[in-house]
Ligand binder design. Structure first.
Ligand SMILES: Nc1nc2c(ncn2[C@@H]2O[C@H](COP(=O)(O)OP(=O)(O)OP(=O)(O)O)[C@@H](O)[C@H]2O)c(=O)[nH]1
Ligand SMILES: [Mg+2]
Length: 304
């Protein structure tokens, strides 16, 4: 028997908002700006986000469940295919889809066609031009017009996720389109991600900041142990997996200098996020073809 009240009897609203876009559009920056806390890692490099990350925003009677997704591109490797699939899989469950555009990018209309082809009128679709702090008005208007000729978006917004501009108007529109229903999360919960995974992600962000070329894409982080002490401090041990010995050398650096720098940057941020004293131990380990093993995909929150 189903004891749930029909949706119209709820005073609360709850819905899913999928944020999709090309790599580097600013999806994770937007998620963090809306949630008001850094839950999804960000970098200047493309393909930073590897799986769907939920950000929960509870305001007045609305609970908006934001789904940050990996940027979509034409994938070749196994990991890339799983990432792009995770992004597309966010679409069917969404009440609202934000198609996020980097307004500073080149060939925007052409490059976004692969996303536009997947949009449907089953959800409300918002066209959201991001990074407007870097682009002049006439260019933005021309871009909005061109994109609206490609798809029948329900509304268009121009925002800066970095400078927190234009977010309130966009949220007000989202609020109109999420259905009545019970909240799925506690009022103060901001993500469904386990702490271990958040800690792994922070370290991965530091890898993205401190290592270059192909290397950040060859790396996976596992939080191997998490020990809490009576004084409230925590000892976290993480493994940085690489694919080859030569990569391990680069990660570790001369006399361990690089892994130490990555660890210190990650430690400070984990400490701030969880508001507890953190000891962080990192070690680099070679696991050839880690990106071909099913168990690693579970660890990353992806389907294999
Ligand atoms: N100037 C400007 N830069 C922004 C804005 N939003 C995001 N960025 C920058 O764009 C870069 C990419 O941001 P992310 O949030 O990691 O982008 P993403 O879409 O999540 O990228 P992937 O996870 O790789 O798909 C970072 O350097 C951000 O600081 C904005 O509104 N203005
Ligand atoms: Mg991202």
């Amino acid at each position: 028997m189903n004891n749930q009240a029909p949706p119209e009897e709820y005073e609360t609203k709850c819905g899913f908002v999928a944020i999709v876009g090309l790599p580097n559009a600013g999806k994770s920056t937007l998620t963090n700006a809306l949630v008001g806390s850094k839950i999804s890692i960000v970098s200047k490099k493309v393909q930073t986000t590897r799986t769907r990350i939920m950000g929960i925003l509870t305001q007045d009677q609305n609970q908006i469940i934001l789904v940050d997704t990996p940027g979509v591109f034409r994938p070749k490797k196994t990991l890339e295919k799983a990432m792009v699939k995770a992004a597309w899989d966010a679409l069917p469950d969404a009440d609202v889809v934000i198609h996020l555009i980097d307004a500073t990018a080149k060939n925007v209309v052409e490059n976004n066609k692969m996303i536009i082809e997947r949009l449907s009128k089953k959800a409300k679709c918002l066209l959201v031009l991001n990074k407007v702090d870097k682009v002049n008005k006439p260019e933005l208007l021309a871009l909005a017009t061109a994109l609206n000729e490609e798809f029948d978006y329900d509304a268009t917004f121009m925002i800066s996720s970095l400078k927190h501009q234009g977010l309130d108007q966009m949220l007000a529109e989202i609020g109109k389109h999420i259905p009545n229903g019970p909240w799925m999360f506690e009022e103060d919960q901001i993500t469904d991600m386990p702490m271990r995974m958040m800690a792994s992600e922070i370290t991965r962000e530091k890898v993205f900041e401190q290592l270059h070329q192909e290397l950040p894409y060859e790396i996976m982080i596992e939080t191997e142990s998490w020990e809490t002490f009576d004084n409230g401090s925590v000892k976290i041990s993480q493994i940085i997996y690489v694919q080859q010995d030569s990569q391990k050398g680069i990660v570790v650096g001369k006399g361990g200098s690089r892994i130490k720098r990555i660890g210190e940057a990650a430690r400070l941020e984990i400490q701030e996020l969880f508001d507890m004293r953190v000891h962080l131990k990192l070690h680099a380990k070679v696991q050839e073809n880690w990106a071909e093993r099913a168990e690693n995909y579970r660890l990353m929150g992806l389907d294999f």
